[in-house]
Design a binder for this molecule. Structure first.
Ligand SMILES: [Zn+2]
Length: 224
């Protein structure tokens, strides 16, 4: 693929917030061309759009590929939604800040991106919201996350964003209870993954730490 990597906003020295800077570029650490930047608005937006689009794509595919017997997905009772979202956002925020802690500087982009992706995973409940029959959690799937990260690696090309995405996905799985179709949309065999929740938490933290350690080095020189 020759698609250009996602470029953040201009990298003026002294920029703040979501605008990346190259403050650590070539800071005498012997890293050569390696640069560590904050995650910019464009990257956060693109990653969120790609993730949400993939959730919706998997959801749409599942409506056609899931056997009738597995179309038993439901929408969460409305009164429980605010607390559930709060838990998801809090966990995601904690993981995003974990990545920042590793970097020893606030990366507001990752601090926003991780909770956003944690919440966006539940877009796959939309059909039941509109009263349509659907399978349970069609995007809570290992095939989904593999495809999504592969797409991000092609389009966005930022290792820390890919790792943050994995962190968000496993964080979400650690909060949900009940059954999942881990091989959706190939198979809608449901599994109770409750016994793996601790593993999912560990994976989420590990990927957040890795995201913090990863540089925003693009895979092409000369681009930010
Ligand atoms: Zn969920």
């Amino acid at each position: 693929m020759t698609a250009p990597p996602c470029k953040d906003e201009p990298t003026e020295t002294g920029s703040k917030s979501l605008v990346p800077d190259a403050a650590l570029a070539g800071s005498g650490t012997g890293s050569g061309t390696r640069r560590r930047t904050s995650t910019g608005v464009r990257t956060v937006t693109m990653a969120s759009v790609v993730y949400a689009a993939m959730v919706l794509l998997f959801t749409l595919i599942s409506l056609y590929t899931a056997p009738q017997a597995s179309q038993s997905g439901t929408f969460r009772p409305f009164p429980t939604i605010p607390l559930h979202v709060l838990i998801l956002v809090s966990l995601g925020l904690g993981l995003g800040l974990t990545a920042s802690a590793v970097r020893r500087r606030l990366d507001l982009g990752l601090a926003i991106l991780v909770p956003a992706l944690v919440v966006l995973t539940d877009l796959d409940h939309l059909p039941s919201y509109f009263g349509l029959a659907q399978p349970i959690r069609p995007a809570h799937s290992f095939i989904f996350i593999l495809c999504t990260v592969a797409l991000m690696a092609t389009v966005i090309r930022k290792r820390d964003v890919e790792l943050a995405t994995l962190s968000a996905f496993f964080a979400h799985l650690s909060v949900d209870t009940g059954v999942f179709p881990p091989f959706s949309p190939v198979s809608f065999q449901y599994y109770d993954l409750g016994e793996f929740r601790t593993s999912f938490v560990v994976a989420a933290v590990a990927f957040a730490l890795a995201a913090g350690l990863a540089t925003n080095q693009n895979r092409h020189r000369g681009v930010s």
